[in-house]
Design a protein around this ligand. Sequence first.
Ligand code: ZN
Ligand code: ZN
Length: 209
Amino acid sequence: MNNYICVTCGVQYAESEEPPEHCLICEDERQYIGPNGQQWTTLAELRQGHRNLIQPQEPGLIGIGSDPAIAIGQRALLVQQAAGNVLWDCISLLDEATIRAVKGLGGIAAIAISHPHFYSSMVEWARAFGAPIYLHADDRQWVMRPDPAIVFWQGEQRTLAGGLTLARCGGHFAGGTVLHWAGGAGGRGALLSGDTIQVVSDRRYVSFM
Ligand SMILES: [Zn+2]
Ligand SMILES: [Zn+2]
């Protein structure tokens, strides 16, 4: 039995003997299937050829991404705070080196994810750190590996510990969410926005999906 991971979107599926027939997330019009058709991998395989890079972005904010990139190049952000670190968005690769490094940064008290393109191996991360996963209930149908760690929240906002607020924006996905970090950017506040709100190249504007 294996928890297969879709090569194109990086989402891990519930345990099965054979790889699933379809990736529902890639067959959805907001993703795509590569020219070579549906392909699957596993966490064990990903650990062979990839590692995670842990890169500070600003005080209290650390980026975690895989090298070489996996799937659509997802990156997670670890918000460090006294009330407990929050992992914003998630990635497919989790290995011993990453667990050690993140524990050294204070671990993960909670995981929150913007939308299904970042569901990745969220259950692996939740189990490794004993953390709940906050997902908006309107995207429940896109969870491919159900788990008791998942907390479906409803409505427009949900407060997390330490001045963090999840806000549902919709758009890209009905439950598409951003994370407001009041203490970010030196106290001016920061919005961690997945790809729901994107800063355009000249950095003077944002665009909305
Ligand atoms: Zn997929
Ligand atoms: Zn997306």
